[in-house]
Design a protein. Structure first.
Ligand SMILES: *[C@@H]1O[C@H](CO)[C@@H](O)[C@H](O)[C@H]1NC(C)=O
Ligand SMILES: *[C@@H]1O[C@H](CO)[C@@H](O)[C@H](O)[C@H]1NC(C)=O
Ligand SMILES: *[C@@H]1O[C@H](CO)[C@@H](O)[C@H](O)[C@H]1NC(C)=O
Length: 265
């Protein structure tokens, strides 16, 4: 009896020593440079989501100057994406495992065909890629791109179904965005005021150019939503900070002023 426990004790000591030795050699292989590097990475704070931007594109404009689209071209605003933005109205960068924005493991884009299967028909109808909207493979490429770029550091990094559903729900909740007819021209300010009258919140307006690059067109209307409480999807409309597109403090895109005239094709 006594000698068996002695062997057990000896075995325990041997196991412990080998674990300690492995830990020690792991520590020894970390030089100062890598230690500082790890420390630095761990302390770099990920950007904080301030609000969400729902980007709605006007297919007749996008398909006239930006993309060559296979018919049918939808004649209602379709979703381009739902983007978490920081307090400077810059997009939250996509997931980066060297500077992770979340402790969760984001769902890989390759999982979307399984995860989004239950809402595929709704996505195809109101969130299509515009180049080949009835081609499911091309649609998944578009959704995977949006997920990778804007979903993996959203509030739903491991829940693409909720992320995509949240945009569908917001879009379906908006019957009217602008009341003016097609083939008309307005200033950027008039379009923004019209959206404000209909929805009680100022949008961001994105323009593109027609194929001959002679005319500015209403390409997108983007709506801004307060960052929701944890566990809730975005729902409260707020005024967008910038009616014109701004990146790093500079106006970008063809529309440079609220008084620019834009065509609604
Ligand atoms: C420390 O480790 C890094 C990465 O493993 C290596 O690139 C670097 O040369 C090492 N520095 C020293 C002083 O050993
Ligand atoms: C659908 O889209 C994919 C990806 O863009 C493409 O490779 C494929 O040829 C398309 N299918 C058809 C029938 O056009
Ligand atoms: C949006 O801006 C308008 C005009 O400045 C203001 O009257 C309105 O209260 C604002 N709405 C919100 C939700 O902040």
């Amino acid at each position: 009896m006594w000698s068996i426990s002695k062997y057990l004790l000896l075995a325990a000591v041997v196991v412990c020593l080998s674990v300690c030795f492995r830990l020690y050699s792991q520590l020894a292989s970390l030089n100062i440079t890598t230690l500082i590097h790890h420390q630095f990475k761990a302390s770099a704070p990920p950007p904080t989501i301030s609000f969400y931007k729902l980007s709605l594109q006007w297919p007749p404009a996008a398909c006239h100057g930006m993309y060559t689209c296979k018919p049918p071209i939808p004649s209602d605003f379709t979703i381009h994406g739902i983007w978490p933005q920081d307090s400077n109205d810059e997009p939250i960068p996509p997931y980066n495992k060297n500077n992770p924005c979340t402790l969760k493991t984001p769902t890989p884009p390759t999982d979307l065909p399984i995860k989004l299967r239950p809402i595929e028909v709704y996505l195809t109808s109101i969130w299509p890629n515009l180049v080949d909207g009835l081609n499911l493979t091309a649609n998944y490429q578009f959704w995977e791109y949006e997920w990778k770029k804007h979903g993996t550091c959203s509030d739903y990094p491991d829940d693409p179904l909720t992320y995509f559903k949240s945009a569908l729900k917001l879009r379906l909740g908006i019957k009217t965005i602008v009341r003016f007819g097609r083939q008309t021209s307005w200033t950027v300010k008039q379009v923004a005021d019209e959206v404000f009258h209909v929805l009680k919140a100022y949008p961001q307006i994105a323009c593109n150019l027609n194929p001959s690059r002679t005319q500015k067109q209403l390409w997108e209307i983007r709506l801004c939503y307060d960052r929701p409480n944890p566990g809730q999807p975005p729902h409260t409309l707020i005024n967008c900070t910038n009616i014109l597109r701004v990146s790093k403090g500079k106006i970008i895109g063809p529309c440079k002023s609220l008084s620019d005239t834009i065509f609604f094709p």
